[in-house]
Design a protein around this ligand. Sequence first.
Ligand SMILES: C[S@@+](CC[C@H](N)C(=O)[O-])C[C@H]1O[C@@H](n2cnc3c(N)ncnc32)[C@H](O)[C@@H]1O
Length: 272
Amino acid sequence: MTPDVYDGLVDLAQRLGGMSLKAGSEPLVAARVAARLRALGLGSEAEYLELLRGERGSDETVHFLDAISTGFTAFFRESEHLTDLVERTRVAWSSGQRRFRFWSAACSSGEEPYSMAMALDTLFTGADVDWKILATDLSVQRLDHALAGRYGEAEVSALDPLMRAAYLEPLPKGDGPAQYRVAAQLRAHVTFRRLNLVQVPYPMRGPMDAVFCRNVMFYFDASARRGLLAEAERLLKPGGALYIGTAETLGNDSSGGFKRVGNAMFLRGGGR
Ligand SMILES: C[S@@+](CC[C@H](N)C(=O)[O-])C[C@H]1O[C@@H](n2cnc3c(N)ncnc32)[C@H](O)[C@@H]1O
């Protein structure tokens, strides 16, 4: 790939997806773009850039952004956030709250919102509580995976055996490796939507009790991060919790509306 074409793709990733690709990302971009060239039957990266910049570019934009954003995730990743979520929810519930709304803002293939759902369902078992999780991502491919709720042995192996037994159903075994599906009663609490976090304002209304926005901000430039944090603040109830990736910081991008209460855990002004 020529430097001009690479710079062009980096520029599009920045403008359309708010992603700031670090120096040294050339091999990753080249490999991901190569897959799109094969899918489209194109002969060069320059043609691909031309397509993205052209009139038909918007259709391909979704696939381009999908291809270059990585989607690593796992069940009960950074599990101290789930413990904190359950504790805060328990306190609000004990104080009489009966309606709860949660958001997984970059849900990838679904392990994060389903982990939230498992933790919350364990808390609320049998209780008359209206609770829902909105799960959003940029990537249509990952959202399809999430919606299907099917996972292989490797993905579910780290799950607590009680959680596995309660919330995963083994699928009939064919010739391939074992597969599991998240139980329908748990899936019913989670709604998946495509949302580009860089395009503010978001089409949702609050108040939300907690927002998980983990391991996505590092893709964004300062202005995209500021927009995201302002929206998280708008959507959260006073005292609502924001969880970010443990390798991320709010840095100077926070509008000042969040108070740090733990490792990558923050409360919107007004909480303790
Ligand atoms: C590393 S995964 C994080 C998944 C999960 N939050 C976790 O911490 O395990 C990052 C996700 O961010 C999504 N993403 C990247 N840019 C985005 C954007 N502009 N808007 C929404 N999602 C985005 C990717 O598609 C990917 O699924």
